[in-house]
Design a protein around this ligand. Sequence first.
Ligand code: CA
Length: 440
Amino acid sequence: MIDLSTYRKRRERFYAQFEGGAAIIPAASLVTHHADCEHRFRQDSDFWYLTGFDEPDAVALLLPFRPEGERFVLFVQPEDPSLEIWHGSRFGIEGAVREFGADVAHPIEEFSGRIGNYLEGCESIAFRVGRHPKYEDIVLGAWAAQLDLSARRGGAASSLVAPCPLLHQLRLRKEPEELERMRLAARISAEAHELAREAIRPGMNERDVQALIEKHFLEQGARGPAYGSIVAAGENACILHYTANNAPLNAGDLLLIDAGCSLEDYYNADITRTFPVDGSFSSEQRVLYEIVFAAQKAAISSVYPGNNADGVHQAALRVLVEGLLGLGLLVGDIDEVIERGLYRHLYMHRTGHWLGLDVHDVGAYRLGEQPKNLEPGMVLTVEPGLYISDRLPIPEGQPEIDDCWKGIGIRIEDDVLVTEKGAEVFTNAAVSSLEQIEKK
Ligand code: CA
């Protein structure tokens, strides 16, 4: 687990960039699953990043405009044995100070009564509107009251800003401690894909494979899957977010598995592998797999400081389109096909996303017109694919798809760190070359 001093350093980095301001960062609440049953608790990633506190119904105040020793305030659920016997123990007010380094802590019930005082004297308030309905009226009300009294009091916060640009910029560049956790999540997840590769046989069900993968996550101490595991046999692989996972594995089909674990401190992995159910690729599957594999290699080679996420996407896209032109699944001039998006019925997603505390992690991909440059410490997925089906209309001038190709869905996804020299692939332990896959 990440040491609590790391959370303190993050708060200090935030203070340094938000001098004069006051930030209000709420925790997540429990979410109803059905009737009176709740989903398992998942902390808000921004709140977690700054506090390491894993309970619902809390609010962190970061007050860089205040002197040292008064800057970190936590509102938390107080200890309550009669509730804790049902829902688990709480750190309470004292625990928030003792264990999490809060300068001051209060019961969450006192948030609305106290927030006005805490905001007094700040120049700017950071609060994400639209996300925290429980607190939004209270925060806006406190600011309104401050403005109403500003003539007599001699000032009020002059702006309400979103904390996300600053906070997400911090989260985008991972610290060494975070990278260690992400390497661990990647290792466990890669092992699970290897177990699946060795186990799959015709006659199994997608759900059997899901069970095997998620069992490994839990056995290795992870919380469980980082997102709904996708175990998609045959043409189910052409549904990008397929999660029904309840179809048989048939000989001759491919099995696409997109699954990664989430650790106790919420660091995630996100891996996709595509295997032949009976151990060998048909000629059509093989040639498409080789194209996706080559596209992924080209994309990973283009992960280096100074390039950008779009550059990585374009590297993959060019190889995919070139391959499809070679097979006659697309026709025309490569630049025109790419520019006009004439491939999108076969490759309809981008080639990757940031990865971190969120599986689709925060951080801008562009700053206005300018794509954001890759920098050492950023982690992204690289995941080209091909999905041959006739679900989407074929663009004008492009060929009909022969039946022999239909129902083939392939994606290969790895987790890649941008380093000074280029890229470090976290997930290589899950084999992906055609030779290694067929060797089983
Ligand atoms: Ca994925």
